[in-house]
Design a protein around this ligand. Sequence first.
Ligand SMILES: [Zn+2]
Length: 264
Amino acid sequence: MEIKAIKLKLSQYCTVYQAELLAIQKATEEIGKIRTPTFAIFSDSMAALQTIQNPNALHPLAVQTRENLHDLSLQGKVVILFWIKAHAGLKGNERADHLAKEAALKSKRRPDYDQCPISFVKRSIRTETLEEWNTRYAAGDTASVTKIFFPNAKTAYRVVRKFNATRLTTQILTGHGGFSEYLHRFKCKASPSCICDPGIDENVNHLLFECPVFGRIRSELECELEMEINSGTAEIIMQSKKREKFLTYCSRITEMVTNRNKTS
Ligand SMILES: [Zn+2]
């Protein structure tokens, strides 16, 4: 028999886990107000129940709940916590789910609980640092080659972890490698030019997108990917499923060029 129903609202950023803990904590508070000797609390959250049961778990809601339970036992009240299966058609559980949905969707009042979870703090800090990194990256004069592939640091952060970096891909994405222009800059090679034209510098941009020496394999890849390969499309390719084939193409050219420059 339902004698009372309570709906609680949590802030947008709170987790389901916090909501489950809050519900149990609130239940222990309500028990203190009722003159009955024996109580049962039913929750479908195993995680929340285990946290409350574990004396080493220091979540503030769990600590508060344990204190409440201790006080209740001093008052001679017996409180037993039960785990029940969710979405199994149990009447009380269905009713609680329904009330929870109502509170989440319809309630316009201020949250009853607004402590933000650590996961939220971590995510916020990560977002902010990425934002700051991106601003410095975009404003800086360095990394001009990397910017061909990743004009945006936030995209780079997301995409770079999706493929395996090799000695070749690292040279391509940074421009720091066995390319004539780079070698020449550090006085490791007499001329910065490409073998295709003494007037053109051999760098990543030229090799991947312009050099006629690789014209055939470039157009083969363009047919396969069904798009043009140039300094404007590289960033789009890097974010797409076409990335692996493109990186294979880049690696192949870099392998050939760096070998060529080793012997010359
Ligand atoms: Zn060339």
